[in-house]
Design a binder for this molecule. Structure first.
Ligand code: GTP
Ligand code: MG
Length: 406
């Protein structure tokens, strides 16, 4: 079990739960922006190599996927979309980008401090305290790197910055290539959600004095391992509280670590990305991500350890949901029970809301009503407004609970 920091203020304990990539860490950053913006400013340089990693991973994924697509489609007469010149053009760009994509694994390993997860592709994983580790060991700016300085930490990140600066026009050429645009439109090429954002901005990222903006930090994809505590001191009506926020890893192999924290949770904020109706779990490709979210929400709200906790549900990634529906992706193809309802945002959002609300009504052990919000977590203004509401609700219920106890 955890031990509380040595502090005399009352604790408000909030846990962020939900499947992997549901947006928990993004919400944690929004809370940080709300409660303690200077700390986000201090961390800005630490995010730089992680932004590079996200961009390099996107480039490598595009090249891998194009390879596979050309191998399986280029000689098929029924594939009118593939131009026979594309493979040669892409192969030329690939050749130039080789030095950049080959550092992906070593950059991942450097950023994760050697942590790897069995069965996973190369990735970056974070545990508590990673920001200070990266900040103290990095050698920035790039120009400061000494020739032959291979022993120092952060050397791969420094190399990544140099290669991105040198190869930025080749990255842009790849990203603008009609093969990439066509396959993205046909959904034969699927990238992580932040990939397009970083590739669109590649020249800004490649500048020698690049410092991640708040938007960049919110777009970063960085998988959480275990349970990470963030603490903020807050002042409400002249009273001081310590707000403890627990951000957890959401992949299936990570969920066992949540339960020991349930006992004292003032509130649970559960995130369900409702854009994920056409996606499957990375850790189990047979499970639809909305099904997984619903099952996880069922087991969370029926857990007796959480009977006194306030439950907040965030139906997240509504921006992506809107885009998918506008592009004509049909919900009923993936969720058969959706039937002949209209494939419009209002209907789809309401359909998912009703399903989650129903679960809470049937299985929830909590006495309080469920708070539900539709969110698009990258929209700072909208999310900050929602946080004001959530904070108020959580503090109110905390005060209610402490009155019952005393
Ligand atoms: N477009 C869009 N992207 C989002 C939204 N919320 C989160 N993201 C992006 O989704 C990706 C995954 O978000 P994370 O916050 O890392 O997900 P997580 O729930 O912490 O995932 P784990 O740590 O693996 O459990 C990031 O690239 C975020 O920028 C949203 O509402 N809209
Ligand atoms: Mg996370």
């Amino acid at each position: 079990m955890r031990s509380f920091p040595d502090c005399s203020h009352p604790f408000i304990i909030v846990m962020l739960l939900g499947q992997a990539e549901s947006g928990k860490s993004t919400l944690q950053k929004q809370f940080q922006l709300y409660h303690a913006p200077p700390t986000l400013d201090r961390e800005r340089p630490s995010w730089r190599p992680i932004v590079y990693f996200n961009a390099i991973k996107a480039v490598r994924t595009i090249l891998d996927e194009l390879d596979w697509d050309f191998a399986t489609h280029v000689n098929r007469e029924d594939d009118a979309f593939v131009d026979s010149n594309w493979p040669t053009q892409i192969s030329r760009i690939r050749h130039k980008l080789l030095p950049l994509v080959t550092i992906e694994d070593s950059l991942a390993s450097e950023l994760s401090g050697g942590v790897t997860v069995a069965g996973g592709r190369s990735g970056v994983y974070v545990r508590a305290g990673w920001q200070s580790v990266l900040t103290s060991t990095r050698s920035w700016p790039v120009a400061d790197m000494q020739a032959g300085d291979t022993a120092s930490q952060g050397v791969v990140a420094t190399l990544a910055a140099r290669l991105l600066a040198e190869l930025q026009y080749d990255v842009a050429e790849l990203w603008q290539h009609p093969a990439v645009k066509t396959l993205l439109r046909m959904r034969r090429l699927r990238l992580e959600e932040s990939a397009a954002f970083f590739l669109d901005e590649i020249h800004r990222l490649a500048e020698p004095d690049y410092l991640p903006t708040t938007d960049d930090i919110l777009h970063v994809r960085l998988q959480t391992l275990g349970v990470i505590e963030h603490s903020f001191d807050i002042n409400v009506g002249g009273n001081h509280y310590t707000w403890l926020l627990y951000d957890v890893g959401g992949a299936r192999g990570q969920r066992h670590a949540w339960v020991p924290y349930f006992d004292d949770a003032t509130a649970i904020i559960f995130l369900a990305p409702i854009s994920a109706f056409d996606q499957y779990l990375e850790e189990d490709p047979r499970t639809n991500r909305i099904d997984d979210s619903l099952r996880l929400f069922t087991s969370t709200c029926s857990n007796k350890l959480l009977k006194n906790s306030t439950m907040v549900l965030m139906l997240n990634k509504t921006d992506i949901l809107k885009k998918k529906l506008q592009a004509g992706v049909m919900v009923k193809k993936y969720i058969t029970s959706y039937g002949e309802r209209e494939n419009r945002y209002e209907e789809v959002a309401e359909y998912f809301r009703a399903h989650f609300a129903q679960v809470y009504k049937r299985k929830g052990v909590q006495k309080q009503d469920l708070y539900i919000h539709f969110t698009s977590m990258l929209d700072i203004r909208a999310t900050q407004k929602i946080l004001v509401n959530i904070n108020e609700a959580i503090i109110k219920s905390y005060l209610g609970q402490s009155m019952l106890v005393s």
